[in-house]
Design a protein. Structure first.
Length: 89
């Protein structure tokens, strides 16, 4: 356990930030899962709408450094590729 006041405050901040980051990552997972479900169900309109939401959430998470920039880019690329294949059909 921290002894100094600054260390105690840092611990409080870390706990708070971790909780927020976990919340953001969980919401990201849910959005990605919804997008993949709509692609599997071949719902093009729903897939494009959820893709927009996923891209927005990924960009925000990458900007806040919750996930890495390249990880966000990779996920966006893969999801967009799947949705584009669905829309072309």
């Amino acid at each position: 356990m921290p002894i100094k006041q600054a260390a105690k405050k840092a611990l409080r901040q870390t706990i708070k930030h971790k909780a927020l980051n976990v919340e953001v990552k969980e919401s990201l997972r849910k959005l990605i899962k919804n997008n993949r479900k709509s692609v599997i169900a071949k719902k093009a309109d729903d897939a494009t709408q959820t893709l927009r939401a996923v891209i927005k959430a990924l960009d925000k998470a990458a900007q806040k450094k919750i996930i890495k920039k390249n990880a966000a880019a990779r996920l966006k690329s893969r999801l967009t590729k799947k949705v584009n294949e669905l829309v072309k059909k």
